[in-house]
Design a protein around this ligand. Structure first.
Ligand code: PMP
Length: 419
């Protein structure tokens, strides 16, 4: 791995230019201003499990574009399929046959799905799930877990600037994994419950991740069955990283509707809503569309992604690499006697430091910045993503960087103790 003196010259210069023509220079989840200083704002290229920033610094990639890259950057099968379609056309007067192929592939792959509709981003998909739930049930209220991320639309964005109370009048809240809190929220909705939206596990930014309690998931299913509301699984972040199928197939709970994006086309822009037959008529009745929603290149990439996920046993590879990484990190932390927690599925790891108070990520920030300077791209306040392009050698490279980062944290903690 290169990193001979981590440079940020070009990235800083680009950000200065961007600040003149882009509000704040950058926005949204990829805004590096909320990350420690060494993080670059702009990237140049990627191949397999490696990415290169605009200054030519190369990193082993454990963020995978915040999820979309599941097979590795520039996966040959996906690239070939996308290039072949691009030669024909991408954005046309009507969808190409790739749309039908992708819908067939999703319906064949995801057990609860009888039909599929496509969009671009995860927010499109989660919002459309709510709309279809309302159109089907004729009711208004949607329940979601407090602090959960379902996208950047007014009904769910975590920042309230520009959001009116009316945008959220029909949203209620419960606590993830706390069925009693859901029952209380359901009781408050009376007979107006359209749907309950939930992620496969709790992956709220900055908090230790929490796997789903099976009894909680089953309880949600029962509540929806009793009330006629839609159980909506937001599989945008986890979809096709935990399972080639819905993430809750692993625990035997079927949603009525599910939202997908990120990994379904290995980085090409595509989102999907999948649903069961009961919601087909409601889905047919809503007016939903977008200028680029039917572009064929991403759909061709999606079909190839599903084929490669299966053909290459990608989930098993991610589990193996994720387990090796987790074991290695645990050993390193133990050796330097630093208390840490590693939470979530191994393909979506997250690391917190016991000595970082709640909402305070100073050690995590410092650790991430040292890992970055040593060639590993991770995030201090967001779960990481393992891709199927990772090899045993890559895990060694990652662990070399985390070892150096732990050493730096250890030195920092010692210097704090002697002050
Ligand atoms: N739901 C979940 C669980 C997500 O993680 C995200 C994106 N981080 C979204 C919805 C929104 O997806 P997008 O950013 O593509 O709109």
């Amino acid at each position: 791995m290169n990193i001979r003196g981590h440079s940020k010259l070009k990235s800083t210069e680009l950000l200065e230019r961007a600040t003149i023509v882009v509000p704040g220079g950058m926005y949204g989840h990829q805004n590096a201003s909320s990350l420690p200083a060494p993080f670059p704002q702009f990237m140049r290229s990627g191949q397999g499990a490696r990415v290169v920033d605009v200054d030519g610094n190369e990193y082993l990639d454990l963020m995978c574009s915040y999820g979309p890259v599941v097979l590795g950057h520039h996966h040959p099968l996906v690239e070939r399929a996308a290039a072949a379609q691009a030669k024909l056309a991408d954005c046309q007067n009507a969808p190409s046959e790739r749309m039908v192929e992708m819908a067939e592939a999703m319906v064949a792959t995801v057990r609860h799905a009888d039909w599929a509709m496509f969009q671009k981003n995860g927010t499109d998909a989660t919002t459309l799930c709510c709309t279809i739930a309302r159109a089907t049930t004729g009711r208004r209220r949607i329940l979601m877990a407090e602090g959960a991320y379902h996208g950047a639309a007014p009904w769910c964005t975590p920042r309230l600037a520009g959001v009116t109370p009316e945008d959220r009048v029909n949203v209620g809240y419960f606590t993830f994994n706390d069925l009693e809190s859901v029952k209380a929220a359901v009781a408050m909705t009376g007979d107006d419950l359209a749907g309950i939206i939930v992620s496969p596990f709790r992956h709220d930014a900055g908090l230790d991740q929490e796997l789903v309690d099976v009894a909680f998931a089953r309880g949600l299913r029962n509540l929806c069955d009793e009330t006629g509301a839609a159980l909506i699984l937001d599989d945008v972040r986890c979809g096709f990283r935990l399972n080639v199928g819905s993430s809750w197939e692993l625990i035997g709970v079927a949603p009525d509707l599910s939202a997908w994006s990120k990994a379904i086309a290995n980085g090409y822009p595509l989102a999907a809503v999948l649903g069961s037959d009961r919601f087909r008529e409601g889905a047919t009745s809503v007016y939903t569309t977008g200028s680029f929603w039917f572009s064929s290149v991403a759909m061709a990439a999606g079909v190839a992604t599903i084929e490669a996920l299966r053909g290459e046993d990608a989930i098993a590879t991610m589990v193996r690499m994720g387990e090796a990484l987790r074991t290695g990190i645990a050993l390193q932390a133990e050796r330097v006697e630093i208390g840490i927690k590693q939470t979530g599925p191994v393909q979506m790891p997250y690391l917190t430091f016991d000595d970082d108070g709640r909402g305070n990520h100073l050690l995590a920030d410092f650790f991430a910045s040292k890992a970055l300077e040593n060639g590993l791209f991770i995030h201090p306040r967001h779960n990481w993503f393992v891709s199927a392009a990772m090899t045993e050698e890559d895990v060694e490279v990652a662990l070399d960087a985390t070892q150096k980062a732990f050493n730096a944290v250890s030195a920092l903690m010692r210097s704090r103790a002697t002050r």
